[in-house]
Write a protein that binds this ligand. Sequence first.
Ligand code: ATP
Ligand code: MG
Ligand code: MG
Length: 571
Amino acid sequence: DNASASNFLRGLIESDLASGKYQQRTDALGRPLPAVVTRFPPEPNGYLHIGHAKAICVDFGLARDFGGRCHMRFDDTNPTKEEQEYVDTILDSVKWLGFDWKDETGEHLYFASDYFDKFYEIAEYLISAGHAYVDSQSAEDMAKNRGNFGEPGKNSPFRDRPAQESLDLFRRMKAGEFKDGEHILRARIDMASPNMNLRDPAIYRIRHAHHHRTGDKWCIYPMYDFAHPLEDAIESVSHSFCTLEFQDHRPFYDWVLERAAEGGFFKRPLPEQTEFARLNLTYAITSKRKLRQLIDENIVDGWDDPRMPTIVGLRRRGYTPESIQLFCERVGVAKADSWIDMSTLEGALRDDLDAKAPRATAVLKPLKLIIDNFPDNLVDECSAPVHPHHPERGQRNFPITKELWIEEDDFMEVPSKGYFRLFPGNKVRLRYGYVVECTACDKDADGKVIAVHCNYFPDSKSGTDGANNYKVKGNIHWVSATHALEAEVRLYDRLFSDPHPDAGGKDFKAALNPNAKEVITAYLEHGMRAALPDDKFQFERHGYFVADRVDSQPGKPVFNRVVTLKDSWGK
Ligand code: ATP
Ligand code: MG
Ligand code: MG
């Protein structure tokens, strides 16, 4: 089917299931394991972004689809950049996206730092078995002897020190006898390997640093490439999916697991790493460092600024979890890096919200319309469907009065060719209301139009028999000036106006879209007073809007434009 054609990982799992490779496994306590165990392994050093959402949909989504489970695992092996704040927001984002690490077999929330003892034990084993040694070269010598791509490196003079000596040094490293960088533990593989990652990679380094979970217990920390395969094996992961930049690291991933399995630490089958293309989205940046820079330089208002591609930002902007999942399905999983157009993300959002969002009226650039022949104090009621394709969702009612707000550009004193809306002498329908004929306009001293006059036809009301007697080409929206809700509306657009803001080392700040945020005062259908934070609407003829989850107050919502009705960016 389509889904598996665009997702080679599905095909991989299907063939592993067919071959029975991961059947009949049990965990350390002898309990049966599902054939498919994946993990989502963020480092708690920042907020998740749309690229992570892709990984979450792959890791959690595939496990779900194949009756397996996905572990929520924090890869917290680097003490200096990690914080509890990030752990909390990451958990929150994954849950919000619609995934859960809890199932009937337990809560599969793990921290790599809980495995520090096990990592250490395996490292000692590798030393004893001759697979690792303590190197005491300076950092400069180590870098120099590693060699360059295309030429072999040089063995360290410490490479052949007796295992017992390495073991003793390693224990003293752990005991805190040395300063940062004085010694390092390395795998003994091949200094001439064409794969630089196999030239005796570092596996443990000295770091006198406080860890957000283990405190000051450790002053040596495992390297990511050593810890990651072990984390997977400890948790009996079957399929370890990661992005393409780890392809060259896979031989070391396998090396670590083979050695650990030989040492009796793990049973086969061992976890297998498979790489897929990372998500690159046009008109966005996803580097944590650059996103942080936008915040530090006050270009945006924080991690959850609605212009940010972070999950918290997308959420506040008005994206739904379903739209993000739909987007991830549509882009599929590729084996080679490519760019996905922002319009694909926005399109998924429109498709999701079109079906769900109740309709409402909003006047964003207000101009007064006065119905001169409308009785002064009459409040007449008009009615419109909550959703045009779902009559079962009922009707919404709103008042029509003598003075209304209409959009500034729904009037032209001198109409241009093909303009069918209000101009003196022309008739239009006030959507869900009456047909009116424009008569004149008022101007201020500068000649700016400040009000438009018209007369209405009392027998032309929508939904009545008389309505059929009027054939008009224009159909404009409006709200009652006396009943409308005055509200702050933030018109958001893409943060960058360049599709590749940070390509080729460009200065991404030069690519910022100056019109990415415009704050206006708008007039909304009076029912919008009851909008609750996170409620989403289609403001007819404008687009989708959400009541801001942070700044809305009871009875006083503030709205964010999520996305316009049509893509105005082209390709
Ligand atoms: P950093 O910006 O610090 O390099 P990272 O983007 O690698 O961080 P992690 O916390 O290590 O972030 O990521 C967790 C998982 O999300 C990893 O498996 C990573 O491969 C995946 N991931 C990160 N960015 C993307 C992306 N753009 N597309 C797909 N997957 C991604
Ligand atoms: Mg990372
Ligand atoms: Mg990265």
